[in-house]
Design a binder for this molecule. Structure first.
Ligand code: ATP
Length: 288
């Protein structure tokens, strides 16, 4: 195989709780991860020249070893002594620095693609082990679907699929670094944690309405305090038929679940007209 084209899918967090902090500074989390049908297109091709040639449609993204997709290719090339060069072209659609694992999913696609192209015969488990060295979310991006992520995000337990409903994704014109948000998070006695176990029970019962009502993200308060536009976007979507709207990951992207595609489209139109968000997509839950 000389060429492969892949969809690198984005994730949202239906629930995000932080339960503590490890001695090395990493936070311990309990997150419900969900893949959505919003993706970067990753095209990979063997080339006669040596090395990695990476291109993307986003001018400010690095195309060298600072790009996580480049790192993924380097990792397997070094380990398996692949001397032939590779061209990777990434057409990004997933908002960057947005809490949607955009970089992690590109890296996962490159690992998956190289395993196929070079017939490396790595199992899912062996790929996941290498994925974790690139980032805590990369193993989940390889797995896809609905999952509980614990530890620093790497301990994954597959959950039943969530009912396939429309999702509106809206990113305001600001970028938030994950580190900035976690650095400001203060856990105390008064901290109101989302009920992740209740969310899991709702998912097991395939109850979309209950699941939507129990969604919660502990990081939301931190990011909203600095960027009130997140709360405004949520309110706007709720006023126009969303079952619930919440920030994904460390933000600033907001997503909203709907029962009907037509309602989701109308809500997206209203939000577009409001000027509150810069990138708005109507997509769906993606099940494996
Ligand atoms: P997460 O949800 O895992 O916290 P995120 O959505 O906050 O991820 P990303 O878009 O994955 O953030 O990455 C943001 C940072 O990573 C930016 O500083 C960007 O320059 C860098 N980066 C490196 N490689 C990529 C890539 N392939 N796609 C997007 N960002 C990348």
């Amino acid at each position: 195989m000389d060429e492969i084209r892949l969809k690198a899918l984005a994730k949202i967090n239906l629930g995000l709780d932080v339960t503590g902090r490890r001695d090395d500074g990493y936070h311990l989390v309990r997150m419900i991860m969900q893949t959505i049908h919003l993706f970067d297109s990753v095209q990979m091709e063997k080339i006669p020249e040596s090395g990695i040639q990476l291109t993307t449609n986003i001018r400010f993204l690095p195309t060298d070893e600072h790009n996580i997709a480049y790192k993924a290719a380097r990792l397997l090339m070094d380990e398996f002594q692949i001397t032939q060069g590779i061209r990777i072209d990434i057409k990004k659609c997933i908002p960057v620095s947005a809490g949607m694992a955009g970089g992690s999913t590109d890296a996962a696609a490159v690992l998956y693609g190289m395993n196929q192209m070079y017939d490396l015969k790595l199992s899912q488990k062996q790929l996941a082990k290498r994925a974790l060295t690139l980032g805590a979310d990369v193993p989940y991006c390889l797995m896809r679907g609905t999952a509980l992520a614990e530890g620093i995000g790497e301990k994954l337990t597959r959950l039943p699929s969530v009912p396939r409903c429309p999702v509106v994704v809206a990113k305001p014109g600001i970028s938030v670094s994950t580190k900035w948000v976690y650095d400001r998070l203060q856990l105390g006695e008064q901290t109101k944690h989302p009920d992740i176990d209740q969310l899991i029970a709702d998912i097991k019962q395939q109850n979309l309405i209950d699941m939507a009502s129990h969604m919660g993200n502990l990081l939301e308060e931190v990011t909203v305090q600095e960027y009130p536009v997140i709360a405004q976007i949520k309110e706007n979507l709720m006023e126009h038929g969303a079952l619930n709207a919440m920030m994904s990951g460390s933000g600033p992207t907001v997503f909203a679940l709907f029962e009907e595609r037509s309602t989701a489209r109308e809500a997206a139109d209203v939000l577009r007209a409001s000027g509150l968000a810069r990138q708005i997509y109507v997509t769906t839950i993606f099940n494996v």
